[in-house]
Design a protein around this ligand. Structure first.
Ligand SMILES: NC(=O)C1=CN([C@@H]2O[C@H](COP(=O)(O)OP(=O)(O)OC[C@H]3O[C@@H](n4cnc5c(N)ncnc54)[C@H](O)[C@@H]3O)[C@@H](O)[C@H]2O)C=CC1
Ligand SMILES: O=C(CO)COP(=O)(O)O
Length: 588
């Protein structure tokens, strides 16, 4: 995109190559966006001074139109009173007129109005136009969820970046320092133009090549903020809000859902202003939090619509409808149970809430350390599937009398077996990112603990040990050791939880296995004997745990007599031995 000055082309025709900006929206953030952009448009030679702002017309109590008041006083009396927007901001109630000359469009209205706005603008935008969306929210269409930037691109046929961040409008309006993130899809040059247009000494903007990640952060954090409000309304305290119940799990679900919807989303995006910073600021200072707090204080007796109208005077909440949209998306894809926080927020928003229900609502302890409870959810689904099934006699597959060669699900119909296999395949797919994350955390901890003992046995690159960690290691080795220990303990707890869930899942799966043949038992016995000491210890643990779960007495000494073990136990050992063999093969 070029920003040369106005001039004449080769044919002597006058053309205007300066950029013109229109802000589509004039709520509190829309008005602050106009102020930021207007101050820069005056300074940057490649922009026209005038910045148009489309206003959804309203009549004030004194009978004046909001647009007229903005143009007369240079203040948005309804949504940002007391703040001068800049004399070069021109309010315009006619949407088509407001955008017709613009080649840079800033969309900033509550997300529920965006579909209608795009439809009105379809075919009305001419020439090379770039857009940016400051809208936090998404649409759910028949085909699935659609981010607002995609809606703009699809409906209007224009490229669209996004700007999200820890940006409470009232604070930026009075020029308190804040950061924001511009997410872009392809052109860094265009992202830089937006950065230039929004940046001021009190508003620092960083471009990130991850449009979906940035937009999903801004969108999903509003659901987390609603949950934070519930916790505040119930006076559960800041520890609850920050830790297991809300912000920490909220961030994990934000990341997991973002990656589920767009696997290209980058983990690093969650550490930009649009990610963790926006979660924190909104969970402490936002409108979503405030209204959700009032909802909880009323014991769910007052509706969000009523409270929004009373408390926000025309401003709009985004979190309640986003929670519904997220719920629909998860429900449609059968993944509700993997996102206990998101789904519970929606259920509380639509139904009567009691303190007890809300207290029971936060995610189970299973998920508090391992993020979305993938394994626990699959365990339950497998258990449900198998319990529903009317068992067929073993050795029979459906209505044929042929002995089955299948191990898993041999006693159930082929239809149920296929469902079971599909569940297990999906479980593995969903588990991979979690395992990758665990591996990378474990590697970091190993590296850190070796560094703290000054004996790294693996090669260390500069990127792996950030400057501040190196500094801490040198300046305060004791604190460094403590931190390493704490994080190592966290990783071990998470691994332990994952292992327990996996064990329960395997126990369920093993109940569906056909009887093990004599030859298979012999093979298993042989394979167990060949295992190294560490793995034998694990075999003993599996047997002990299984005996304990089935109420059998056990002693510290474990002797393996496969003839005496039940079928479930035999297959559990078989799975373990097979996993050890695969791991060894991969390592060699
Ligand atoms: N206010 C804030 O602190 C921040 C807001 N945002 C996001 O910016 C977006 C816009 O929010 P705000 O500027 O805060 O708006 P707001 O909530 O302050 O005001 C509501 C706006 O909606 C307009 N409106 C009402 N009915 C309408 C209709 N039928 N059609 C079109 N417009 C209508 C009103 O005129 C007003 O401009 C939202 O997605 C929000 O999440 C993002 C960062 C900060
Ligand atoms: O998005 C926001 C801050 O970044 C504003 O959040 P609220 O709509 O909850 O005030």
């Amino acid at each position: 995109m070029s920003h040369a000055k106005s001039g004449e082309d080769a044919n002597g025709e006058c053309h205007d190559s300066k950029s013109r900006v229109t802000i589509v929206g004039s709520g509190s953030w829309g008005s602050v966006a106009a102020k930021l952009v207007a101050s820069n448009a005056l300074k940057l030679p490649s922009f026209h001074d005038e910045v148009r702002m489309w206003v959804f017309e309203e009549v004030l109590p004194n009978g004046e139109k909001l647009t007229d008041v903005i143009n007369k006083t240079n203040e948005n009396a309804n949504y940002l009173p007391g703040i001068k927007l800049g004399r070069n901001v021109v309010a315009d109630p006619d949407l088509e007129n407001a955008v017709k000359e613009a080649n840079m469009l800033v969309f900033v209205t509550p997300h529920q109005f965006m579909d209608g706005i795009c439809k009105k603008l379809k075919g009305k935008i001419k020439g090379e136009v770039e857009a940016i969306s400051l809208v936090k929210g998404m649409e759910v269409k028949k085909e699935g969820p659609c981010m607002i930037s995609s809606l703009i691109t699809k409906e209007l046929g224009i490229n669209c970046c996004v700007l999200m961040g820890a940006n409470i409008a009232n604070e930026i309006a009075v020029e308190k320092f804040s950061e924001a993130t511009v997410g872009y899809r392809e052109s860094r040059e265009i992202a830089d133009t937006w950065v230039q247009l929004f940046s001021t000494p009190y508003f620092m903007v960083t471009p990130v090549h991850d449009v979906e990640g940035v937009e999903l952060c801004g969108t999903l954090k509003n659901v987390v903020a609603i949950a934070a409000g519930f916790v505040d309304g119930l006076e559960m305290g800041n520890n609850t809000k920050a830790s297991a119940a809300i912000m920490r799990i909220g961030l994990r679900e934000m990341k997991a859902l973002s990656k589920l919807l767009f696997p290209s989303v980058k983990g690093s995006t969650f550490f930009e202003s649009c990610g963790v910073a926006d979660v924190i600021t909104t969970c402490f200072g936002g409108r979503n939090r405030r209204v959700a707090e009032a909802f909880a204080q009323s014991g769910g007796k007052r509706s969000f619509d009523e409270l929004e109208a009373e408390m926000l005077e025309g401003q709009k909440l985004q979190g309640v409808s986003t929670a519904r949209e997220v719920y629909e998306t998860l429900n449609h894809s059968g993944k509700l149970e993997m996102f206990p926080l998101f789904s519970t927020v929606h259920q509380i928003c639509i139904g009567p809430m009691t303190k007890r229900a809300a207290e029971e609502a936060p995610p189970s302890t299973d998920s508090s350390t391992t993020g979305p409870n993938f394994l626990g959810c699959y365990r339950d689904q497998v258990a449900e599937l198998l319990s529903q099934e009317e068992r067929l006699p073993h050795h029979e597959d459906g209505d044929t009398k042929k002995p089955s060669t299948e191990i898993i699900g041999a006693g159930i119909s082929s239809l149920k077996r296929e469902k079971l296999k599909a569940l297990l395949r999906q479980c593995v797919t969903d588990l991979i990112p979690g395992v990758d994350e665990m591996q990378s955390r474990a590697r970091s901890m190993l590296l850190m603990s070796q560094l703290s003992n000054k004996k790294p046995s693996i090669s260390v690159t500069n990127e792996e040990v950030e400057d501040d960690i190196q500094l801490l290691m040198k300046s305060d080795p004791r604190l460094f050791k403590e931190i390493v220990k704490k994080h190592t303990d966290d990783v071990l707890t998470s691994l332990n939880n994952m292992q327990q869930q996996a064990e329960k899942l395997l126990d369920n799966v093993a109940t569906s296995c056909r009887p093990m043949s004599r030859d298979e038992k012999r093979d298993l016995q042989r394979s167990i004997k060949e295992l190294p000491g560490g793995n034998l210890k694990r075999i003993a643990e599996i047997i002990k745990d299984h005996h304990a779960a089935s109420g059998k007495a056990f002693s510290d000494e474990v002797t393996v007599n496969l003839e005496e073990e039940d079928n479930v136990m035999l297959w559990r050992l078989h799975f373990y031995v097979a996993a050890v063999k695969s791991a060894r093969k991969l390592a060699s």
